[in-house]
Design a protein around this ligand. Structure first.
Ligand code: CP
Ligand code: NVA
Length: 302
């Protein structure tokens, strides 16, 4: 049995298979309409969600299964009962657990006590389902991921970490551009570099937008992630030079734009770019469902 806490636990072949399966699920939904018949998935959220909650719920439904949603009151592990008891009880009823948590350690603890696959639907360190959907979206526009330069611009966060790891495994060039002091986690960067050494990927981290050119896809995310109560206003001055706008697209040569959403329009990204011809942002949101369905089919096999 395999969990999905971080993509670093997956091989290039496994990720490529998930992306291929996602494409097939997207193209041939009727073929998979009963694939999870009689199976149940619990999705629990310690933090808010629109895309993840809805895409897992509707996604499981499209595969013929049943999804049970636990909100932040009822899915608050460690409060009413321990993470251990939560995971052990859920395992007696459902066939997979999808969890969005504050602390990655909660997921690790869940896997120690769950007898069904645990899927990370965002934690402080990673957002693997997002990265799979992102690389699925990129691969719909670029045939060879080893020839793609993806530049992530903004706060070095959970989304950045998963993009770096996924790119490193798949052989993609990924540059993370963040203001000084807001860089990605040093340990995760090391892990991505080690994976890149195997695949031939180029992984770079910089604080200067002058360091990036020849960009195919440019990507950003919120400047302040869930769980951090810093008001956006307070970091505006630091991050505004890193805003994704038409001038940055022109400067870097970026042909496509991604944002995991929720977006703060006119902050990390302008509406002009978000709604413009280079934007793949809604395809990316749709692809959350197809990528996750491929993950569910892979992990719930048998
Ligand atoms: N991108 C993403 O995970 O969106 P939600 O927080 O709305 O689920
Ligand atoms: N980095 C963001 C992603 C939201 C989908 C957060 O963790 O809040």
């Amino acid at each position: 049995m395999q969990h999905l806490l971080s993509l670093k636990d997956y091989s290039k072949e496994q990720i490529e298979q998930i992306l291929e399966l996602a494409k097939d699920v997207k193209a041939n939904p009727t073929k998979y309409a009963e694939a999870l018949k009689g199976k149940s998935v619990v999705t629990l959220f310690e933090k808010p969600s629109l895309r993840t909650r809805v895409t897992f719920d509707i996604g499981v439904n499209k595969l013929g299964g049943h999804a049970v949603y636990l909100d932040s009151q009822n899915g608050a592990m460690g409060k009413r009962e321990t993470v251990q008891d939560f995971a052990a009880n859920l395992s007696r009823w459902c066939d997979a657990i999808v969890a969005r948590v504050y602390d990655h350690q909660t997921l690790v603890e869940m896997t120690e006590h769950a007898s069904v696959p645990v899927i990370n639907s965002l934690c402080n360190l990673y957002h693997p389902c997002q990265a799979l959907a992102d690389f699925l979206t990129i691969s719909e526009h670029f045939d060879d991921l080893s020839q793609v330069h993806l530049a992530y611009v903004g706060d070095g966060n959970n989304v950045t970490h998963s993009l770096l790891l996924c790119g490193a495994i798949l052989g993609t060039t990924v540059t993370a551009v963040s203001p000084r002091g807001h860089n990605v986690d040093a340990q995760i960067l090391k892990e991505a570099e080690a994976l890149a050494a195997v695949s031939g990927a180029k992984i770079r981290v910089t604080d200067s937008l002058d360091d990036i050119d020849g960009v195919d896809v440019i990507y950003t995310d919120t400047w302040v992630s869930m769980g951090d109560n810093t008001p956006l206003e307070q970091v505006k001055e630091i991050y505004m030079p890193y805003q994704i706008n038409q001038a940055l697209l022109d400067k870097t040569g970026a042909k496509k734009v991604l944002h995991c959403q929720p977006a703060h329009r006119e902050w990390e990204i302008t509406s002009e770019v978000m709604d413009g011809p280079a934007s793949l942002i809604l395809d990316q949101a749709e692809n959350r469902m197809h990528a996750q369905n491929a993950v569910l089919l892979t992990l719930m096999k048998g």
